[in-house]
Design a binder for this molecule. Structure first.
Ligand SMILES: Nc1ncnc2c1ncn2[C@@H]1O[C@H](COP(=O)(O)OP(=O)(O)O)[C@@H](O)[C@H]1O
Ligand SMILES: [Mg+2]
Length: 519
């Protein structure tokens, strides 16, 4: 007998279970040679489809992850810098105010002591020296109005130092050009409420006014600010570069994953992705490799099943052709012979002879009818059309009971009205038929029990469970799957289900099939 090895079930290295020795009651060991032969890839068209799917990146205005991370982090740093800059700026007026006030206070004390002192140089000279000293003070501006100045001093025979004092606006300080006007305005506003210090009019010196002046402070502040901004910009740049490199490095495993997905799309399962990646991505890489192995296995199995399907189709066709030729042709030949001999008969040929040829024709025609009925039954179970569903199963069992009265056949069919799909009905019928044929041919059993039930609340979703058990000798330890078992499994798998042949308990064989109900 010719046998065909069955496509291998998913091996343990894929399913992740190392203990796989077949025991009684477990899935039988099956040959897997054909699963690995030639199933090296999906059809070219399918590959293109998958590759096409993978290459189609849906359009959308999305930023790259690296850019988003970089922009967010740097944005936060930048906001922090701006906030601290504004904080410093907001505190600057208070600082200027305090400095100017203390400078004005000092000036007030110095002028008062110069005016009151009775020691040393005359009062005018002391005041003159004090004013000269005050002009060197930061945060102060000394203004002289209405004095007779140089000329008057000379006329009065004043001594040298008085010559140094100049009248009026010429001595006013100019705002520093390098400091922006807004900063000067901001600083100036802080000292607006400090009143100027007016020194009583002196005939030679004139009226002396001492104003608070934030220019030096503003210049200093501006210098510090520029240095700080430059420093922070450099730091910002450095942080950006380091961050960019870190993110690029962090995203490398994702890029590798993308390349691996593209390879997968081309049907290349040869290279798994590395699993030594950062902890967050390790689970994804491990799952990817696992899925790739499953996919590779499924693809091989699919290719192997397709090849077997083609072969079985060809064998079926050859068998029908053989049957037509070997079984029907001789009967047709005989009918033709009978008919032509009838044509050649004389009028006076006895009726008995004529009848004989008709009897022969009748026998040959009924033989042909029987053969055609068998053939039709092989092509399609007519019971389903004639008796309906699920009564066809009852008729099937009845047929076996009639032909094999020594075996006790038992059927338990429930909830099968939900099966409305014709392909599914035919598949269930064929699986039960093949199981019973095997019982009759191989089991040497006394009892065979068929259970076909609808399980609406099964764990894997609603489906039909087919279970055929017998109390015969059981399957051999290494079952070579023939056309029957392969055909049953193919039918189940084609409908998204599964089929297993198990050793029965305590003896015999147990075939378990499960076909999910369409949603
Ligand atoms: N009910 C059974 N009892 C014992 N052996 C069985 C039974 N069903 C199947 N087998 C074993 O499985 C083999 C393959 O069966 P199958 O694929 O239907 O091919 P075939 O029936 O053409 O031999 C059989 O040759 C037989 O050894
Ligand atoms: Mg069989």
């Amino acid at each position: 007998m010719r046998t065909i090895s069955c496509p291998a079930p998913i091996p343990d290295w894929v399913a992740g279970d190392a203990s796989s020795a077949p025991r009684r009651g477990e899935r039988l060991a099956v040959e897997s040679a054909s699963a690995t032969q030639g199933g090296q890839g999906m059809a070219e068209g399918e590959r293109k489809d998958v590759a096409g799917l993978l290459s189609v990146v849906p359009p959308g205005r999305t930023w790259s992850l690296a850019f988003s991370m970089l922009a967010t982090t740097l944005g936060i740093v930048l906001l922090g810098l701006i906030a601290s800059f504004l904080l410093v700026l907001s505190k600057a007026p208070a600082r200027v105010h305090a400095e100017c006030e203390s400078a004005m206070d000092l000036a007030r004390r110095l002028i008062r002591s110069a005016e009151r002192s009775t020691f040393g140089a005359p009062a005018a000279e002391r005041l003159h020296d004090t004013i000269l000293a005050l002009r060197e003070f930061r945060h102060l501006e000394v203004q002289i109005q209405g004095g007779s100045g140089l000329g008057a001093a000379a006329q009065a025979g004043a001594s040298g130092p008085l010559l140094l004092l100049h009248d009026t606006e010429a001595t006013a300080r100019r705002p520093p050009e390098e400091v922006p006007a807004w900063l000067l305005g901001w600083m100036g506003r802080a000292v607006r409420d400090i009143p100027p210090l007016r020194v009583g009019h002196h005939p030679l010196i004139g009226t002396v006014l001492v104003h608070p002046q934030p220019y030096d402070e503003a210049r200093e502040f501006w210098e510090e600010l520029r240095v700080a901004i430059g420093y922070h910009l450099m730091l910002f740049l450095l942080v950006s570069i380091v961050l960019f490199l870190v993110i690029q490095r962090g995203l490398r495993p994702l890029r590798e994953l993308q390349t691996a997905f593209e390879r997968l799309g081309r049907g290349d399962f040869s290279r798994p992705v590395v699993e030594e990646v950062p902890a967050e991505l390790r689970a994804i890489h491990v799952s990817f490799n696992h899925t790739a192995r499953l996919l590779e296995h499924a693809q091989r199995e699919h290719a192997s099943l397709s090849r077997q399907l083609l072969r079985l189709q060809e064998e079926e066709r050859a068998s029908i052709a053989r049957e037509l030729h070997d079984e029907l042709a001789p009967y047709l030949f005989c009918i033709r012979l009978d008919a032509s001999s009838n044509l050649a008969l004389e009028d006076e040929t006895p009726m008995e002879e004529v009848r004989e040829t008709f009897v022969s024709i009748d026998e040959n025609v009924s033989q042909i009818q029987a053969r055609i009925r068998d053939l039709l039954h092989r092509l399609r179970p007519v019971d389903i059309d004639v008796h309906g569903w699920p009564e066809a199963l009852v008729t099937l069992l009845d047929g076996f009971r009639t032909r094999f009265p020594r075996i006790d056949f038992n059927l338990d069919a429930s909830g099968l009205d939900v099966v409305s799909d014709d392909t599914m009905r035919v598949s269930i019928y064929r699986i039960v038929q093949e199981c019973l044929t095997n019982v009759v041919r191989h089991a040497d059993a006394e009892r065979a029990r068929v259970a076909v039930r609808c399980l609406p609340h099964a764990a894997g979703g609603p489906g039909i469970l087919i279970e055929v058990t017998d109390d015969g000798r059981g399957p051999p330890a290494q079952t070579a799957w023939g056309r029957g078992l392969i055909g049953m499994r193919e039918r189940a798998q084609a409908l998204g289900g599964s089929l297993d042949v198990l050793a029965g308990s305590p003896r015999g064989t147990r075939v378990m099939g499960r076909i999910p109900l369409p949603a």
